[in-house]
Design a protein. Structure first.
Length: 394
């Protein structure tokens, strides 16, 4: 980690892991690096493992966006070329209105088709509970936030169909959103609706060197937008330990007082494109829990919303969390992270890291890129306005 000189606006993030550590996290515990795995971590031998993770000073939020955006788009040169080593036009098999294609420009590695089946909805392997939340009784398709039961039970706010950017940081286990639906008095026609589709954008599964497959967006996604639902088999956490592959699982429900009610979502055999989300130390997606028509309190849905504006061609990434890293480091599965962030908290010893001077240059270039893009958008708006005026005159 020598040469890292990041001391900007945020205090150091320290992860210290030892063989007898007890660590907890509300983040995910997804993905490992295998032929069908999507982890951003390298598999190593036990002789190379180190249980010490050094501290790194993290940069400001603006700076962490810079490299991730510019670098990620450089790899977006692939197209649906039938001559690529590996190309499948759609793996959704009728489960999605939008095709989900797979592209491998590196080799002929399979994405896991021998074990994985695409599904747009959760497959529940746990019984229904009696604990439910009632629907709202609003009428006229316009819910009053002061009396709407769905909104008063939610501590996540929506604004124009997006997560309110002015809201404080959302705690995954403490925050929840109840979405209005057809069973509500408003019939789901109010503004408290965001997930009409489990995957509202176009996505592409693509091969990455060293880390298996990842998922990137083919559309631009605005900050706060609902990106997709994380689906799979919903099983009791106690049953999850009996499964051979546990690294794809995501905790969906955590009951702090009643033992045995914890559940997880396992997308290893059944899931959607979210199964292929890799880890990044500068993730662009954040998880949250929400409820739709089914309001069994122990069966929340898991969704991801955009942490910032995401450009077409960017890989969609999440934070696997300290629990995942602690488990894999202590079990000697990994030694370092392979994410694309130049401020990775656990980089390879050979990994290039930016200095402050180099980061300043990137900031300057980003401002130029943003200005050029805004100018281009402004010109398009002016041109469209002119066309509308011409049509009106005619």
């Amino acid at each position: 980690m020598a040469g890292v000189q990041c001391q900007r606006n945020r205090s150091p993030s320290v992860i210290s892991v030892s063989s007898d550590s007890e660590m907890s996290s509300s983040s995910s515990s997804l993905s490992s690096s295998s032929s069908s795995s999507l982890s951003s971590a390298s598999t190593i031998s036990s002789s190379e493992t180190s249980n010490e993770v050094c501290a790194v000073d993290l940069p400001s939020e603006q700076q962490t966006e810079i490299i991730a955006v510019r670098k990620s788009r450089k790899i977006f040169a692939d197209g649906p070329d039938q001559n690529l080593p590996y190309f499948i036009p759609n793996i959704a098999d009728g489960q999605s209105d939008i095709p989900v294609r797979v592209i491998n420009t590196i080799d002929d590695m399979d994405y896991g088709s021998d074990v994985f089946t695409y599904t747009a909805e959760n497959l529940y392997k746990i019984p229904e509970s009696r604990d439910t939340v009632s629907y709202c009784k609003c009428e006229g398709g316009n819910c009053d936030p002061r009396i709407c039961n769905c909104r008063t039970k939610s501590n996540i706010r929506l604004k124009n169909g997006k997560i309110d950017p002015c809201q404080e940081k959302i705690d995954y286990h403490k925050s929840v959103l109840f979405e209005c639906c057809e069973d509500c008095g408003c019939k789901g026609k109010c503004s408290n609706v965001f997930s009409n589709k489990s995957m509202p954008y176009r996505y592409e599964i693509f091969r990455r060197k060293h880390v298996g497959f990842g998922c990137r967006t083919l559309d631009r996604i605005r900050k706060g937008s609902f990106v997709c639902e994380f689906v799979g088999e919903v099983i009791a956490k106690r049953d999850a330990t009996n499964r051979a592959v546990q690294s794809f699982m995501y905790t969906s429900y955590h009951h702090p007082t009643t033992e045995g009610k914890d559940s997880v979502i396992d997308p290893f055999f059944y899931g959607n494109a979210a199964r292929f989300f890799n880890h990044s130390c500068n993730e662009n997606l954040l998880p949250f829990r929400f409820f739709r028509a089914q309001r069994f309190i122990e069966r929340p849905h898991i969704g991801f919303f955009a942490k910032r504006d995401i450009l077409e061609g960017e890989e969609l990434t999440i934070d696997y969390g300290l629990e995942w890293w602690a488990m894999n480091i202590n079990n000697e599965f990994i030694q370092y992270c392979c994410c694309d962030s130049d401020y990775c908290v656990l980089p390879s010893p050979k990994r290039f890291q930016l200095t402050d001077a180099e980061m300043d240059k990137e900031c300057e270039q980003l401002e130029k890129d943003k200005a050029a893009e805004e100018e281009e958008v402004g010109e398009e708006k002016s041109e469209n306005t002119g066309r509308c005026e011409e049509v009106g005159e005619n």
